[in-house]
Design a protein around this ligand. Structure first.
Ligand code: FE2
Length: 183
């Protein structure tokens, strides 16, 4: 164990933005036809609780710069954290770390500082921890898997979800995600 005082790791920057919208078709039309974003994937509907969510790119080479998620008719319990949208506005934004090591240091630091992990999940493009700032804004803290890992099938990578423990030493373990090569 190092005797250094743990410090917050500085991220590379903001990775993507997720907006809660009332009408996904209306928002889609705006962000594509008026703003020029391009849809690159969507969340597959697995059950009635699945979110209606679409992912978009600008000119970046990222898996997504922007996502839209539609607010469903029946709002979930306000006390319980959920990524399912409840009102228009920001769902979450994502900050990214340059590599696995700095990200692991940061999530260890977050845990040590008592920051609650709402969700610890491996997507096909990123390994992510979802937290809130003191005002309740959603923040996804992530590192990206190498591009060759997910570029072959972005849709499959977007829909891949390995949900992991959010507390204790297990929340800080990180195993590789299989590559999405496509056909
Ligand atoms: Fe995200």
């Amino acid at each position: 164990m190092s005797s250094e005082t743990p410090q917050a790791m500085t991220p590379v920057g903001v990775n993507h933005l997720v907006l809660n919208v009332r009408d996904i078709e209306r928002a889609h039309q705006f962000w594509t036809e008026i703003m020029g974003f391009r849809q690159i994937g969507h969340l597959e509907q697995r059950n009635e609780r699945s979110m209606n969510m679409r992912f978009y790119n600008g000119l970046s080479e990222s898996h997504h710069d922007l996502a839209l998620v539609e607010i469903p008719g029946g709002a979930p319990d306000e006390d319980e954290w959920s990524m399912a949208p409840r009102r228009p506005g920001l769902n979450h934004f994502a900050v990214h770390y340059p590599d696995r090591e700095s990200w692991l240091k940061q999530i260890e630091f977050l845990q040590e500082k008592g920051v609650k992990f709402n969700l610890r999940i491996n997507h096909g493009m990123t390994h992510s921890v979802y937290i809130n700032d003191p005002d309740g804004h959603g923040i996804e803290v992530l590192y990206e898997l190498p591009r060759e890992h997910w570029q072959g099938d972005i849709q499959a990578a977007l829909n891949y979800a390995d949900v992991l423990p959010t507390e204790g030493a297990e929340a800080l373990l990180d195993e590789p995600t299989p590559a999405f090569s496509g056909d």
